[in-house]
Design a protein around this ligand. Structure first.
Ligand code: FMN
Length: 170
């Protein structure tokens, strides 16, 4: 799949088939995150790959809209230094997430981000050291394209080009 098509067609997948993702495919997704660009190439991330159902279910209860993690074949939690320290940290985590999601899409695997609000609980479930922070997870799994709602469930579509693009000045 070419990049332009993947960018155009990828959309959030929140319900997954029960099929597991083979190990080499999981590795390929994680490697795409590892390749992501980051400010000063600091790579301020650790990726915690979670496949155990009980842990995925527990994580799914740590965010108001994180329920889709419970049915994912794979959850990847992105841990970073405190994102309040520097704006680039959350930005970098987002780049790693996008790389993993696009790589997965090409492999026929859907994904969706999950904002994690109960961060103390996330830390406890995954034994994350105190200096690392986890606010975002990604659900991954195979899916039935016929059973998926169209892109953008909560906020359908995209803003119009002329509404958001400015030329030379605002
Ligand atoms: C930073 C961030 C946090 C998000 N958190 C959640 C979430 O907690 N639960 C969820 O279901 N989707 C979450 N999403 C997915 C967005 O709702 C989704 O990408 C958006 O509605 C556009 O839809 P599309 O990806 O299908 O085009 C998040 C996306 C981003 C970028």
């Amino acid at each position: 799949m070419d990049v332009a098509r993947a960018i155009r067609e990828k959309h959030a997948i929140r319900s997954f088939l029960p099929a597991p993702i083979p190990d080499p495919v999981v590795q390929e997704i994680l490697r795409a995150g590892r390749r992501a660009q980051s400010a000063k190439n600091l790579q301020p991330w650790h990726f915690i790959a979670v496949r155990e159902r009980a842990a995925l279910e527990s994580l799914s209860r740590t965010g108001k809209w994180a329920g889709h993690l419970a049915g994912a074949a794979l959850g990847v939690v992105i841990a970073t230094p405190d994102p309040a320290q520097k704006f680039t940290i959350a930005f970098d985590a987002g780049q790693a997430a996008a790389c993993m999601q696009l790589a997965a899409w090409e492999l026929g695997i859907g994904s969706c981000l999950a904002s994690l609000y109960e961060t103390g609980e996330v830390r406890r479930i995954l034994a994350i050291p105190p200096e690392w922070h986890a606010h975002i997870a990604i659900s991954f799994g195979y899916f039935d394209p016929k059973k998926q709602p169209p892109s953008g469930v909560l906020n359908p579509g995209r803003k119009k080009f002329d509404e958001i693009v400015h030329w030379e000045t605002w």
